[in-house]
Write a protein that binds this ligand. Sequence first.
Ligand SMILES: [Zn+2]
Length: 399
Amino acid sequence: MIIAHKIALKLNVQQRIYCARSAGTARFAWNWALNEWKQSYEAGEKVSEAGLRKRLNAIKREQFPWMLDVTKVAPQQAIKNLGTAFTRFFTGKSKYPQPKRKGQHDSFRADNGPGTFKVTGRRLKLPVVGTLKLREELRFTGKPMSVTISREADRWFASIAVEVEHTPPTSENQAVCGVDLGISRLATISDGTFYQATHALRREIRKLRRGSRRLSRKQKGSKNRAKAKHRLAKLHARIVHVRRDSLHKLTTDLTRRFSTVVIEDLNVKGMMANRKLARAVADVGMYEFRRQLSYKAEMRGIRVVVADRFFPSSQLCSTVGCEGRAAGLGLAVRSWTCSHCNTTHDRDLNAAKNLERYSTVSSTGINACGAGSSVAPGQPGRRSLALKQESYIVINDYI
Ligand SMILES: [Zn+2]
């Protein structure tokens, strides 16, 4: 299994310039190859990414000599990535590849293959640029395979892919839990425990609200607007990081404590939320939560079940044997009393309990690392979380 650990970099001025230049070269190569691809295609020629790489190599010394200042892998990998993007397009998996613009997902491949770079402690030694300082040590031991350097707002990260030996352990405990994800209360677990969002996150969200109001008042095309936009992008990146950190603690904990974790489908909360901002933040969390949960589940050999998106986890009464249901429960309602059994429910805990029961109604879940979905007779839509086929996992880090 290949695991990538993304670690923040501490760069000096020259190194930042080098990274920006390499990312620029990669972007140029992508755009150049995309253009060549289009022209060749229109001329009725057959094109391949390998052919385009050769074509670029033949002309770069003369036409783009500045390309030689950075690692040769940066432009090569960019064209390989374009090839992958075209394959995805031709198989209907994604849209037609688009030109890349500066500042959007700036990144480049920085190594020449396994054995051409070295990680020692907090140091990453790469071809051409030399040694870069890492904010933390690599968490995995195994064969280092590749390094991709990328930018988020104004920070640079190295994503180091490592091949590790992996045999999923068989989980000893049989505990099942349901998880209800929120914003101010990060998660409520069906066993009655919950995880609060950190103070830092609440503060950043308040700042984001203020920032986006300010941005909307700035004149279009003005310098002040560009500045406000940049500030907002930084804040956004920070919120994603802070939230990701809390989610790491949560998903590690869950996959250690339980053998089956039941979660809601994506966007259920999102569709209900009426505030655009709350929705954006919740969505980011939901995707990230699911991503972390699925790879940790695979590593620890536990099962993740995703409830059908129409499963009314908030509205059903979770008292065993009671068929009560709260109709038209607004988002603001934090607790309610069942008219059948008179139990007063905390909204989120009730939802979590219903999710837990969702898995026990039928035992047809499959392991999170299994492919496809399993549907029990008479239970349309119940399925386990099917992980993407590539067992390529990205573990993000930040400081
Ligand atoms: Zn009830």
